[in-house]
Design a protein around this ligand. Structure first.
Ligand SMILES: [Zn+2]
Ligand SMILES: [Zn+2]
Ligand SMILES: [Zn+2]
Ligand SMILES: [Zn+2]
Length: 389
C-alpha cells in the first residue's frame, strides 16, 4: 500500500510539473496571431515605407509614430509576449533615446524638426514641400531622397579615401524654408551673422541653407544636389583630422571634389558655395566634359602652376570646371593617391611636392598626363543631366 501511495504521489507531481511547464512555454512563445513572436507589424506603415526607413539609421518622423515609436512593430496584444518582445522593447528605448537627444536646432527653435541620421550625416529639412518635376515632395519624402543621394556620394568618397564613416565627424546639414530660422541657425549654431548658405568646417562640420535661395528655388533636385556638394566639403574637412583645405592652396581639390561627387549623382554640377565664388554662377550649365575638352585643346599655356595655388575662394568660374576635371583625372587614374593628396594638403604641403612623392611626377608631367587623358576620354557630347529625383 505504501508503495502504491508513493507511486501515486510521484505521478501526481509529474502531472503538476508538466502542466506548469506547458503554461510557461505557451506564454513566452506568443500565440498564433503573432506567429509566436509576441509582436506584430505596426499598421501605420506599409512595406514600401519600411523599405525606405531601412536605408537610414534613424528617422525622427518614424520615431514619432505613436504606436510603434519607429520600430515598425507593436506588442501582439492577444498574448502576453514572445521571443521578440524584449528585443522590441530595447529597440524602442534606443530609438526614443536618439529622438530625445535630437539635433541642436530643435533646442534652439524649441520645436520638433523632421530629420534623419545616416552613417555620415544628420540631415534636417524643414519645409512644407519641394517641387520635383510636376510633383511635390514633403519634408519626409525629400529627406529620404536626400539621404540616399548623400550617402551614395559619401560612400564613393569612402572608397577613394579608404575611410569608414567613423573617420569623419558626422556632418549636420540643415535646409530651411523659413529665412528667419536659417538666419537664427547661422547666428546661434554656426556663429555667423549672414543670410547666405554657411558651413562650419572641421571636426564637427555643419551647414545651413535657405531653400528659397537663388539656385535652389524650392526645387527638390537643386536642393539635393546642393546637399550632396556641401556634404562632400564637410566630410573632406573632417576626414581623419578636422582641417579645412580650402584656404591652404588646395582650392582645386576642395572645390573639384565637391563638384565631382555632385556631378556623379546628377550628371551636372550646379552648386557654387559662397566662400568659393560670387553667387548666381552657372558656368556652361554645369556640364563640363565637352567645354573642358575644347578649352584644354585651345589653351597652350601651362595651367597647373597657378591653379594648384589658388584657394577655394579665389577660383574663377572656369577654374571650377578645370578643378573638377583635374580631380576627375586624379580619382580615375590614381584612385589610390586621393587620400595622400588630401592629407598632404591638410599638412600644408604644396601640390608639386605631393605629386613628386605620391606619383613620382613633376607638376608639368601631371599637366601633360591630365591633358592627354581628357583629350582621349572626354566625349563629344555631355551625358544627359537628371531632371528629377
Ligand atoms: Zn501573440
Ligand atoms: Zn522616415
Ligand atoms: Zn508605427
Ligand atoms: Zn562648393
Amino acid at each position: 500500500m505504501k508503495y502504491i501511495v508513493a507511486t501515486l504521489f510521484l505521478w501526481a507531481s509529474c502531472l503538476i510539473a508538466a502542466t506548469g511547464q506547458e503554461e510557461t512555454e505557451r506564454v513566452s512563445d506568443g500565440c498564433k496571431r503573432c506567429n509566436h513572436r509576441g509582436v506584430v507589424e505596426c499598421k501605420r506603415h506599409d512595406e514600401a515605407d519600411i523599405a525606405l526607413e531601412k536605408e537610414v539609421d534613424f528617422c525622427a518622423i518614424a520615431a514619432r509614430c505613436e504606436d510603434c515609436g519607429g520600430t515598425f512593430q507593436v506588442d501582439c496584444g492577444f498574448c502576453i509576449g514572445g521571443p521578440d518582445s524584449l528585443p522590441l522593447e530595447r529597440r524602442r528605448g534606443r530609438i526614443a533615446g536618439i529622438l530625445k537627444g535630437g539635433v541642436p536646432a530643435e533646442k534652439l527653435l524649441e520645436r520638433p524638426l523632421p530629420w534623419v541620421r545616416t552613417p555620415h550625416f544628420d540631415l534636417v529639412v524643414d519645409v512644407e514641400y519641394l517641387k520635383n518635376g510636376s510633383k511635390r515632395l514633403d519634408a519626409h519624402e525629400f529627406l529620404h531622397h536626400l539621404a540616399r543621394e548623400s550617402e551614395a556620394a559619401a560612400s564613393m568618397l569612402d572608397q577613394h579615401l579608404k575611410a569608414k564613416p567613423h573617420h569623419y565627424g558626422r556632418a549636420k546639414i540643415y535646409f530651411w524654408e523659413s529665412l528667419a530660422d536659417h538666419k537664427k541657425v547661422n547666428r546661434e549654431l554656426l556663429g555667423t551673422n549672414t543670410e547666405s548658405g554657411m558651413k562650419l568646417y572641421g571636426p564637427k562640420p555643419a551647414a545651413s541653407s535657405w531653400t528659397g535661395a537663388k539656385g535652389l528655388q524650392g526645387k527638390a533636385l537643386n536642393v539635393a544636389a546642393n546637399g550632396v556638394h556641401i556634404g562632400i566639403h564637410l566630410l573632406l574637412s573632417s576626414a581623419f583630422r578636422g582641417e579645412w583645405i580650402g584656404d591652404k592652396k588646395a582650392g582645386w581639390f576642395d572645390v573639384g571634389a565637391a563638384h565631382w561627387y555632385e556631378e556623379q549623382r546628377f550628371q551636372r554640377t550646379a552648386t557654387y558655395c559662397v566662400d568659393e565664388a560670387i553667387a548666381d554662377l552657372n558656368y556652361k550649365n554645369g556640364q563640363w566634359r565637352t567645354v573642358i575638352k575644347s578649352e584644354l585643346a585651345k589653351r597652350k599655356e601651362t595651367l597647373l602652376p597657378e591653379l594648384s595655388k589658388e584657394l577655394s575662394g579665389t577660383l574663377w568660374e572656369e577654374e571650377h570646371a578645370l578643378s573638377w576635371s583635374l580631380y576627375d583625372w586624379l580619382v580615375t587614374e590614381h584612385p589610390d593617391s586621393v587620400k595622400a593628396f588630401l592629407m598632404g594638403f591638410k599638412d600644408g604641403k604644396e601640390m608639386r611636392d605631393i605629386c613628386r612623392k605620391e606619383l613620382d611626377m613633376t607638376l608639368r608631367q601631371v599637366e601633360d598626363a591630365w591633358r592627354s587623358w581628357v583629350a582621349e576620354t572626354y566625349p563629344a557630347r555631355n551625358p544627359k543631366a537628371r531632371k528629377r529625383l
